[in-house]
Design a protein around this ligand. Sequence first.
Ligand SMILES: [Zn+2]
Length: 193
Amino acid sequence: MRTDNLIERERRMTALCGLAIVAAVTSFAVAACTSVAAQDDPAPSTADQPAGGPPGVQDGVLPEKTSAFDTARPGIAKLDPALLKAVQQAETAMKKDGITMQVTTGWRSKRYQQELLDKAIFKYGSRKKALEFVSTPDDSHHVTGHAVDIGPTDADDWIIRKGARFGLCQTLSNEMWHFELATTPGGECPPMS
Ligand SMILES: [Zn+2]
């Protein structure tokens, strides 16, 4: 009887141990699968984003209905002074024609421009395609303060027709809202790129 008991205990121990090994292997496998899945996750990583969250007012983000006279905002204040003066003159002149314009973007920080480019790469699926629509931080005239985006459409139309009297020209053929100081006041605008 005693021998039988011992044998029975040994059998139970072996069975338990076997179960433990199966459990350990299973949980290791689950852990391994989880980590592979995490690595293959196609969701955009937040690791590359600069510290401090999304671009804000200090990066040149402008709220709705920003006027060229809202010089407390970095997006306006950091524009090239000559361009800012011309845009203010245009705003005043078109107001007399019954049109209220807004600056949708003026100066942008490199960080803000990079975020726009990153979003475009995500949207268009390739850097090459994205660069047809969004410049790099090193190439953007917004980053140097030499470009403004104006809205709404009737304000764009006004500047396209009358902006040259202040030196303002549409410079990109695919962006009717993008203006730069590209001629002398009263001069002729150069061909668009
Ligand atoms: Zn622009």
